[in-house]
Design a protein around this ligand. Sequence first.
Ligand code: NAD
Length: 264
Amino acid sequence: MKIDLTGKTALVTGSTSGIGHAIARGLAATGAEVVVNGRTRPKVDAAVAAIIKAVPGARVKGVAADVSTGAGCQTLVAALPEVDILVNNAGIFEPKGFFDIPDEDWSRFFEVNVMSGVRLSRAYMPNMLKRNWGRIVFISSESGLNIPREMIHYGMTKTAQLAISRGLAELTRGTAVTVNSVLPGPTLSEGVEIFIKDLARHNGQSEEEAAANFVKQNRPTSLIQRLASVDEIANLVVYVSSKESSATNGASLRAEGGIVQTIA
Ligand code: NAD
C-alpha cells in the first residue's frame, strides 16, 4: 500500500512539537498540503521550516492560533476555511492529585483538550459532508480508557473525545467521511522528554533507565515495555487519514503498546 494524499489539505492542531509535529511531517510525506498550528508565530514558522527540511518538496504552511478559545478557532477557520483532513491533536497534561485540582484547571483542560476539537469539527465537517470526503481524527489517549489516578481531569477529557468522535461518526452515515480516535500510550514527545530528563536527574539514572523504569512502574501491563516514538503514533494517524482506511469509521484505534488489557 502506498498512501498518496496529493490534492488533500490537512490541518493538525498543536503541531509545532511532539506527536502533532510528527503527524504533520508524516502527512506532508504523503503529498498532502499540510497546515501546522501552534500558538505563536515563531514556533509555527520553525515547525514549517523543519518539515520542509525533513520532507523535500513538502507543501506546508502555518497558522498561529490558540485553539483553546472560540476566538482562536475563528482565527484559524478564517485563515483556512476548508480542510479535507482535520487532526484534533492539541492537548495538555499535568499530573495533579484530585484534591488539589481547582475548578480553573478542570475548565482549562476541557477547553484545550475537548472544546478545540468540538469547535473545529463544527466548522469543518459540514463541508466534508457536502463534498462527500473527509477525515477527522481525535488524538485521545489510553488514559481515556484507564483513567490515571494522578490526573483524573486529563482522563476525563480523553474519554470525552472518544464520545464526541463516535457521536460525530454517527453523522457520517452513508458518506465517505470518517471520524475516528487514535489512542497513544506514553510517547516520547518533547513534553514527555522534559519529564523523563527531570526524573533521570532526580533518581540519578540515565534517561534510558528512567524511561524504562517509568513504563515498568506506571504502566506495568505495557507489552512493548517502553515509550512509543512520536512516529509510531503518526504512522497510524496517517493511515486513518488515508483513502485506504475508508472502512474504518467510528473506531477507537490503539497505539498504546498493549497497556489496555481488554480484547475489544
Ligand atoms: P506536546 O506538549 O509535546 O505538544 C503539544 C503541542 O500542542 C505543542 O506544540 C503545543 O504548543 C500545542 N498546543 C498546546 N496548547 C495549544 C493551544 N491551546 N493551541 C494551539 N496549540 C497548542 O504534547 P504531545 O505529548 O505531543 O501530545 C499531543 C497529543 O497527544 C495530546 O492531545 C495528548 O493528550 C496526546 N497524548 C500524548 C501522550 C504522550 O505520552 N505524549 C500519550 C497519550 C496521548
